[in-house]
Design a protein. Structure first.
Length: 186
């Protein structure tokens, strides 16, 4: 009897494993498709914003006011993801990648937002290609761009992480550093 149970358990495990592989592959494919459609949609939103601004020849202040209103209405109708800063990223996305077919579906919207923070076009292109080739997750891209920015002469002024760190550093004292050490017995 126990031999029958053991055979059924092994057969069941194989069946569950095969089904799990199908589910995981389907999820991966859905994720790729969603990411691809999201990038195309954000690119088109950026295009619409740029064309609207050019057609209207908007003054800068009026343009900001328009983006705030668009953001408010889109957020009300479609939920999160349409903040003014995100709409500005979509505009920049379209401006920096004017040919939609050059977008890589291997990169996420978060990758592109990080890449758009790099002002030098050649440097941005280098990191984009490396992300694609090496399959860097977003964290790795941020780490690599941070390491590179440390080599720049103005890195302490330009990188948001370091700038934020310096602001908070002035409030740190030796005593506040030692408190967690004493409390947790390190």
């Amino acid at each position: 009897m126990s031999q029958v149970v053991s055979i059924q358990n092994e057969d069941t495990r194989q069946l569950v494993s095969q089904i799990g592989q199908l589910i995981n592959e389907a999820r991966r494919q859905v994720s790729v498709q969603v990411n691809s459609q999201l990038l195309v949609t954000y690119w088109h939103i950026g295009q619409l914003i740029v064309e609207h601004e050019q057609k209207s020849s908007l003054r800068a202040e009026y343009g900001k006011q328009t983006l705030r209103e668009v953001s408010r209405q889109l957020t009300r109708d479609y939920g999160k993801g349409f903040s003014v800063s995100n709409l500005q990223f979509m505009r920049r996305f379209y401006e920096k990648y004017p040919i939609q077919q050059t977008l890589s579906v291997k990169l996420s919207w978060s990758h592109y937002c990080e890449l758009l923070s790099i002002s030098d076009d050649q440097r941005r292109s280098f990191y984009e290609k490396e992300c694609e080739r090496s399959g860097w997750p977003l964290r790795e891209l941020k780490r690599r761009t941070y390491i590179r920015s440390k080599d720049d002469t103005d890195s302490t002024q330009s990188h948001p992480f370091f700038r934020n760190f310096l602001v908070h550093l002035k409030y740190v004292t030796l005593q506040t550093l030692l408190i967690p050490f004493a409390v947790f017995g390190g």
